[in-house]
Design a binder for this molecule. Structure first.
Ligand code: UDP
Length: 327
């Protein structure tokens, strides 16, 4: 299939682009490079463009005979979304509306959307199934949920077949540690710990040690980027026949912040300073996925459920790219 990958220069989008080409699809990356990296796109076709540029979107969809769109171009900082809600609604919702509307204009009706476990907010029941109440607690989660609702209404009006994939903690480096994670500023746990192990930051801070978990730190469901992207391929294959696909993507196994730190120490062979600090606002104690639906309905299986393997791939990429991507 000819697939437009919006945000294909970012961490998840660039991994997806590679996997699409590897599996016989023809990806076209559309990215404004505000966050992503041209070097991460490698030799895939690339269009430098903004999602608010309706004219360029329509032109790109038409010129490349695009059949389906995968959308990864979003702002992802929860804290920033709280201080700058307008920016988050503009980029994550309004620009997606623009993309969907351009697709409607040219008759592209297949869409894979990068959603998030943040749509659930502070869930009462763990592991989380897709059906529980969606109560986002920040503009980031709300902006993603608003897009899911729009997709749902469009599909009910027979205008769109879509998959909304709710990621838990995407991490690791894809394709044997060759396509990595390079955010700036970095806010995700594994790359931050790796930076501490590489001596690029003076310590790793644990945000809260008084949670009701075995070791007092938060538990998250870390999912390897290759496994995450594999689910997108499976969902893409079903877009022709399925109007609505909504899946959690996680391993179902939780690891605490301390366990992740210990794993990075083991994999890297480095010791570094760990500082215990206050809780970060809005962090639920435990978030793990019930991904049975993706396993049964998509036939999804994960290849890298062990945290150590995930960290090894991330460590490899960061060690080989100590300054991140060149451009
Ligand atoms: N975390 C931490 N120190 C950091 C960054 C993150 O203790 O420097 C914790 C954070 O509070 C959460 C977990 O690590 O419990 C994963 O955070 P991340 O931001 O990577 O992903 P999130 O779960 O927020 O999507």
């Amino acid at each position: 299939m000819k697939v437009l990958v919006a945000g294909g220069a970012g961490y998840i989008g660039s991994n997806m682009t590679f996997m699409l080409a590897q599996n016989g699809h023809e990806p076209v990356v559309y990215d404004n490079l505000s966050k992503g990296h041209r070097a991460a796109v490698k030799d895939a076709r690339f269009v430098l463009g903004d999602l608010n540029d309706r004219h360029l979107l329509v032109k790109t969809l038409q010129e490349h005979d695009i059949e389906a769109v995968m959308h990864f171009a979003a702002f992802i900082e929860v804290g920033e979304s709280v201080s700058e809600p307008m920016r988050y609604y503009q980029n994550n919702f309004c620009n997606t509306h623009n993309l969907l509307s351009a697709m409607e204009d040219v008759g592209v009706d297949k869409f894979v959307f990068s959603s998030t476990a943040a749509v659930y907010g502070m869930p009462d029941t763990i592991p989380i199934t897709e059906e529980i109440l969606k109560q986002p607690i920040n503009p980031y989660g709300e902006s993603k949920w608003a897009v899911e609702r729009l997709c749902c209404f469009l599909s009910e009006a027979d205008k769109l077949n879509y998959a909304a994939l709710r990621y838990f903690n995407a991490c690791g480096a894809g394709q044997n540690g060759t396509i990595g994670e390079d955010h700036s500023p970095e806010s995700h746990l594994i790359p931050l710990i790796i930076q501490a192990a590489m001596g690029k930051r003076e310590d790793i801070k644990i945000f809260g040690t008084d949670y009701p978990t075995d070791d007092g730190t938060c538990i998250r469901d870390y999912i390897h980027i290759d496994d995450l992207c594999k689910a997108h391929l499976l969902a893409l294959d079903k877009l022709g026949s399925e109007k609505q696909q909504v899946y959690n993507l996680g391993n179902g196994t939780g690891y605490s912040v301390r366990q992740v730190i210990d794993t990075v120490k083991k994999v890297s062979g480095k010791d570094f300073k760990v500082t215990e600090t206050d809780r970060r606002a809005g962090d639920p104690p435990v978030l793990t996925a019930d991904a049975a639906k993706a396993r049964t309905q998509l036939g999804w299986q994960t290849d890298y459920p062990e945290l150590e393997k995930i960290v090894e791939s991330a460590w490899k990429w960061h060690s080989e790219n100590p300054n991140g991507y060149d451009d």
